[in-house]
Design a protein around this ligand. Structure first.
Ligand SMILES: Nc1ncnc2c1ncn2[C@@H]1O[C@H](COP(=O)(O)OP(=O)(O)OP(=O)(O)O)[C@@H](O)[C@H]1O
Length: 271
């Protein structure tokens, strides 16, 4: 009998030599006119893995996230979605990409419409994508609230009537509404009280396992990234300067910048 071969999961999104260059807001004699926000990045994300992207403010993390969720077209390079070029002009692909790749932003206070009830916030993506009827959408909202550990009564209130940690749970529930393959979480705990950060990190980790999600976890804090990631990419001035498993990057960093980040990192107790 031939030995069974374990298939590697195929990437949902693949970036090849992606560059995003901006015209500098303030150019000048001694300042470059071009900001290389992302500068030749190769990256893949598949279902079932959490890839952490870490680096200091301004290194290009959010720009990379915008490319991954389709909000920012690259200046050059390729974005592949299930192995095919992600062509934004194609309405069917745009819709499928929007269903497959969700985002959780840093601050749920600004990411959620303060005038909508949580029921409506969670129903919205289903309506936009024409999924189900009133009864099945109501059932889905119940399921989503349970999935993120919120009481069913939360459906009746607006985001301002729940705590910051609960608001981020609502944002996560909204990101899960369309049953995505990938979630891009851009500093999802940075705006939260220290006391609830670990709960939200644990929720994201549990959801990733339970739903076999692919997760891109972006943070300036290498300890937070280590806590949730299988693989870590270290970004510096628009480039990925080091990547490997969490253990490789922590136990045997090869890049000087990674060593500096590790040296400056506070203990896990501060996440
Ligand atoms: N629209 C733009 N026009 C000009 N420069 C930009 C633009 N967007 C981003 N940049 C610059 O690109 C670089 C990368 O920004 P980006 O926001 O991606 O970094 P970041 O690592 O996410 O930082 P932070 O954690 O502070 O958000 C920065 O120097 C930023 O000032």
């Amino acid at each position: 009998m031939s030995p069974s071969i374990q298939q590697e999961p195929k990437p949902v999104i693949e970036l090849k030599d992606v560059k995003v260059y901006h015209r500098a807001r303030t150019g000048g004699l001694f300042r470059p006119n071009i900001v290389k926000a992302v500068d030749g990045v190769d990256f893949t994300i598949s279902r079932g893995e959490t890839v952490g992207i870490v680096g200091e403010s301004g290194c290009g993390k959010s720009t990379l996230a915008s490319v991954l969720v389709g909000l920012q077209p690259p200046t050059s390079g390729k974005v592949l979605f299930h192995g095919k070029p992600a062509i934004k002009r194609n309405a069917a692909m745009r819709k499928e990409f929007g269903r497959s790749v969700s985002v959780v932003f840093q601050d749920p206070a600004t990411a959620l419409n303060p005038r909508m009830t949580i029921q409506d916030i969670l129903t919205d993506p289903l309506q936009i994508h024409g999924i189900g009827n009133a009864a099945s959408r109501a059932a889905k909202v119940k399921e989503l609230l349970a999935l993120v550990g919120l009481p069913q009564s939360a459906a009746e209130v607006t985001p301002s009537q729940v705590s910051g940690g609960q608001r981020q749970r609502v944002a996560i529930a909204r990101a899960l509404a369309l049953e995505p393959d990938i979630i891009v979480a851009d500093e999802p705990t940075s705006a939260l009280d220290v006391s609830v950060r670990a709960q939200v990190l644990n929720l994201l980790s549990d959801l990733k396992t339970q739903l076999n999600l692919g997760m891109v976890f972006i943070s300036h804090d290498i300890q937070t990234v280590r806590y949730v990631s299988d693989r870590i990419c270290v970004m510096y001035f628009g480039k990925i300067v080091e990547q490997g498993t969490a253990a490789q990057v922590f136990d045997n960093p090869s890049n000087d910048y990674t060593k500096k980040l590790l040296g400056a990192a506070p203990s896990l107790l501060h996440i």
